[in-house]
Write a protein that binds this ligand. Structure first.
Ligand code: APR
Length: 176
């Protein structure tokens, strides 16, 4: 539907198990770990990940930083800090879009051929899944149209309902 020849895919599961070059972590500004997908990634990567994160001195909302993947199948972890949902009038959409764009730039720069995203900000940070997924799909489509790398973007959903939201959006032509 989007002319990207299947370069954007949706999967359901635990992002820490995916055999991709890079996974994106929905971190907090400290980059020192947390719950949700952040906790899962740190648990799976092992203590080396936190040790490297300590050298990064945090990350601004909407931005992203790269580390190695340590014990994860992924070679890199791209840590991005999503906005906390505050009703949608405090710049959240732009900050979330920046998370996806910045993470894709870092993935391409690192040489990742495949990258997997969780549904950034839609857990603890409370961002409504449909609005967040719409931004994710829009940004991935825009980036991949302009870049041959990464070759494939995976949206890794932790629930079936989230997966269905992404799949419905990907079945809509752009701009729908
Ligand atoms: N694999 C894939 N997705 C996951 C996993 C996992 N192992 N665990 C959780 N998720 C999903 C959640 O179901 C949600 O859809 O990741 C999405 C993001 O939820 P959170 O992890 O709560 O992240 P976020 O809403 O961005 O809040 C970030 O939570 O864990 C803390 O340190 C983190 O302070 C930061 C905040």
């Amino acid at each position: 539907m989007d002319g990207l020849d299947g370069r954007i895919r949706v999967v359901k599961g635990d992002i820490t198990t995916l055999e991709v070059d890079a996974i994106v972590n929905a971190a907090n500004a400290s980059l020192l770990g947390g719950g949700g997908v952040d906790g899962a990634i740190h648990r799976a990567a092992g203590p080396g990940l936190l040790a490297e994160c300590r050298t990064l001195h945090g990350c601004d909302t909407g931005s992203a930083k790269v580390t190695a993947g340590y014990r994860l199948p992924a070679r890199w972890v791209i840590h991005t800090v999503g906005p906390v949902w505050a009703g949608g009038t405090r710049g959240e959409p732009g900050l979330l879009a920046s998370c996806y764009r910045t993470s894709l730039v870092l993935a391409a720069t690192a040489g990742a051929r495949s990258v997997a995203f969780p549904a950034i900000s839609t857990g603890v940070y409370g961002y409504p899944i449909e609005a967040a997924a719409r931004i994710a799909v829009r940004e991935a489509r825009a980036f991949l149209r302009a870049s041959r790398v990464p070759e494939t973007v995976f949206f890794c959903c932790f629930s079936q309902s989230d997966r269905e939201v992404y799949e419905a959006l990907l079945n809509q032509p752009e701009g729908a």
